[in-house]
Design a protein around this ligand. Structure first.
Ligand code: DX5
Ligand code: ZN
Length: 217
């Protein structure tokens, strides 16, 4: 069964606790929290204290997407704050050795480890890391902002990752897709092998969040 992880990026930040509650009741499987530092991406959003405060009011699974430089510096603090899954970017580091250090640090905290690729990064680059992660997050827009248009080549990227994961017997890998997801683009991604659909504008822009979430499943 496909999982839906609504992104709270486009929400009213004074009401995040209530929004988390509302989307869980509407059928969300996880909550996607976009962390941006103004360096890795040209936008600044949520940080550690906000994740910690949300944790106090929500039992939901927190899918935390780090779009920051040198995420290795912050793994433990995000995990302690309440992240259930921590995803960083492939493009953060020049070597697999450094990437594996981050993956291991997340796992040592007892959390699920994810790695994400920007739209221009070839999926083959991830293959050497697939057996080490729980989650691969394929970006279907340039990271930084909600409300962008889905990039058409994304289903191909997902299919390549899915095919390689099957080839190496990594049957428990979750593949997520993030950016410009609606019922139509979501279907293309599901058919290509996605397990988790992240959607911000589509879910929260709908008058009926529950119906929007159901339309993605
Ligand atoms: C973009 C973020 C996404 C974004 C999704 O950098 O990682 O999670 O908020 O928003 P929509 O669904 O509006 O593209
Ligand atoms: Zn995201």
């Amino acid at each position: 069964m496909i999982k839906v992880s609504p992104s709270i990026l486009s929400r009213d930040f004074t009401k995040l606790g209530a929004e988390c509650d509302r989307i869980v009741k509407a059928g969300a499987d996880m909550i996607h929290i976009d962390v941006m530092d103004g360096n890795f991406v040209p936008n600044i959003t949520i940080g550690i204290p906000v994740v910690a405060d949300l944790r106090k009011v929500s039992d939901a699974f927190f899918d935390v997407h780090l779009m920051i430089d040198r995420p290795d510096r912050y793994v433990k603090r995000f995990c302690d704050a309440g992240a259930d899954m921590l995803t960083f970017h492939y493009e953060n580091y020049g070597s697999d050795e450094d990437r594996i250090k981050v993956i291991n640090a997340v796992k040592e905290c007892g959390k699920k480890a994810g790695i994400s690729i920007k739209p221009a990064t070839e999926p083959e680059k991830l293959f050497s890391l697939l057996d080490k992660v729980d989650f691969v997050l394929v970006m279907s827009v340039e990271p930084g902002f909600g409300g962008q248009k889905f990039k058409e080549h994304t289903p191909d990227t997902i299919a390549k990752i899915k095919k390689y994961a099957d080839k190496i017997g990594k049957t428990d890998l979750m593949i997520g897709v993030d950016g410009g997801i609606n019922a139509e683009t979501g279907t293309l991604c599901k058919n290509a092998g996605a397990d988790v659909l992240i959607a911000g504008s589509y879910v929260f822009g709908s008058r009926d969040c529950a119906a929007a979430i159901a339309s993605l499943k």
